[in-house]
Design a protein around this ligand. Sequence first.
Ligand code: ZN
Length: 206
Amino acid sequence: MAVKKILTIDKYEKQLRTKTEPVKKITKELKQLFQDIKDTIEANPAVGLAAPQIGVMKRIFGVRLGYKDDQPENEDMQPPIILINPEILEEAPEVERGWDACLSIPGMMGYTERNLKIRVRYMDEDGKTQEREFEGFDARAVQHEIDHLNGVLFTDRLANLGDLYVYVKDAKGKRKPVPYPEAVRRAAEATDGAVPVIPALPSSKK
Ligand code: ZN
């Protein structure tokens, strides 16, 4: 059992934006990695986690299927499954607008459009080739994780900054998502109309 440290964009953006390498063979070390991914998903808890988020640049991710927005506790969620070298074979033309969030982008969420239904070929953790159809939120989660393997983050899929939300504490200390532009405006107002102090950027040498 090993819960791994999550790489976040503030320090590891370059790595999170790097394309990962396919897996050739299931080794003992990889089996340990599969367990680490599952442990890290359950400990956070999260819907999914891709290997590059814990610093392993391979085409592997874990996902828990069956997430439902109306079950905040998500007690009915299935245990994580591992998908290796996933390949989208087909995607239905219908897209759905829904929410996206990521352990590597803490304190934020956003609304993105993703395909409602996809068919994926992948290798399971025993090295067997599988084909499976994912729909609704499952399809959304699988697309989010496949994006990670290609160095793509959900923020790349926002139509505009108004679709990005920042969690801000309200007067009662409860965390609420506030659109990013509004959070910036509020932060500016909190300085009593004074011009917010913007730190000078270090001079760049190119
Ligand atoms: Zn993510």
